[in-house]
Write a protein that binds this ligand. Structure first.
Ligand SMILES: [Mn+2]
Length: 337
């Protein structure tokens, strides 16, 4: 898998300072790809930071060295650790971000730079940035960033290898998803040769959950209902549930994976209340693209088998609509399991 990074590289090399943006609610690929690129830029002598929208989840913190993140001030300005004047940068870099809607409050900051690039692997949802390398068939943004860093001739140290490996295992479900073809395996092998701590990373990223997360998963499980004779499974998690479990929104992220393993389920969906009356839909399908079809029905998108949407309506209405849509999609689709 080779991509033409020449224009992106031109911009990376031409700037003095850059700011990296990745999707809100960072996962292993978002943080892995953006932090590895940030470290590579610094090795090239550039000033570079990642502008966060929300704080990194606890389980990802061990991956990232101190001093890479900065956040948006209340007045919308960007300051960097130790600097009092607003940070000024010439290049905005988006990684692992399919749409500029995922910039949320950082949108003005992103477009305030004279130039912008985007390196991504989501199906395009409206083009943004002056210069783009987008490959929707690439399993992880970290894989694109790995290729880019090699082309920049930056030496990949163990810290960077860990970050890139983390991105790959996150987005391939530890090489279980359809997207984990030979490129992902080959890159993973190379990154292990460069020092990536694969056992520790798999353990910490994929096989470890906080007690609060297990409690939220249990809540979603207890309440789960099957639709279409067990071909679908749906559930929801409210803010009150999170409070009862002593949990934070990120503790609800894995509930969908618990539901998804139901033997007969071709499609799984979970609604997670983000703020009163605002529900994030997460959908997963096994062998079909039904997850994306479901998300599209609610104005969302994502990958064929893993996607999401946002519903702004009362819970009863949102949950009813999702159940009905699952039922309808499954009835219209041939049995896949
Ligand atoms: Mn990704």
């Amino acid at each position: 898998m080779t991509h033409d990074f020449s224009k992106v590289i031109e911009k990376l090399l031409a700037c003095r300072a850059a700011l990296i943006f990745t999707h809100v609610n960072m996962d292993g690929d978002a943080v892995g790809s953006s932090a590895a690129l940030c470290l590579a830029m610094r090795k090239l002598g550039k000033e570079c930071y990642i502008l966060e929208e929300d704080k990194l989840g606890d389980y990802l913190r061990f991956l990232v060295p101190e001093g890479l993140f900065t956040d948006l001030g209340a007045d919308g300005s960007v300051t960097v650790p130790g600097g009092s004047v607003p940070y000024s940068w010439e290049l905005s870099i988006a990684v692992d971000m399919g749409s500029d809607s995922r910039l949320e409050r950082r949108k003005d900051a992103f477009y305030s730079a004279p130039a912008s690039v985007c390196v991504d692997h989501h199906p395009a949802q409206g083009e943004f940035a002056d210069c783009r390398v987008v490959d929707r068939d690439c399993p992880a943004a970290a894989l694109l960033v790995y290729e880019l860093i090699k082309e920049l001739n930056v030496e990949i140290d163990r810290e960077m290898a860990d970050l890139l490996y983390a991105g790959i295992i996150t987005d391939t479900g530890s090489f279980k998803y359809e997207n984990s073809g030979p490129e992902a395996h080959r890159a993973a092998a190379e990154l292990i040769e460069l020092g990536a701590r694969y056992e520790l990373l798999s353990l910490k990223l994929l096989d470890t959950h906080a007690l609060e997360t297990l409690r939220v998963e249990d809540t979603a499980m207890e309440r789960a209902e099957t639709v279409c004779g067990g071909r679908g499974i749906v559930s929801y998690i409210t803010l009150a549930d999170l409070e009862r479990c002593g949990a934070r929104p990120e503790n609800a992220e894995t509930a969908i994976d618990r539901l998804r393993v139901l033997k007969t389920a071709e499609l799984a969906a979970v609604l997670k209340e983000r703020e009163p009356g605002v529900y994030k839909l997460s959908a997963r399908s096994k062998l079909t693209g039904l997850a994306r079809e479901l998300a599209l029905r609610f104005g969302g998108g994502g990958h064929a088998k893993a996607s999401g949407a946002t519903l702004e309506m009362p819970l009863e209405q949102a949950y009813g609509a999702v159940k009905a849509a699952c039922e309808e999609l499954l009835e219209g689709a041939e049995e896949s399991l």
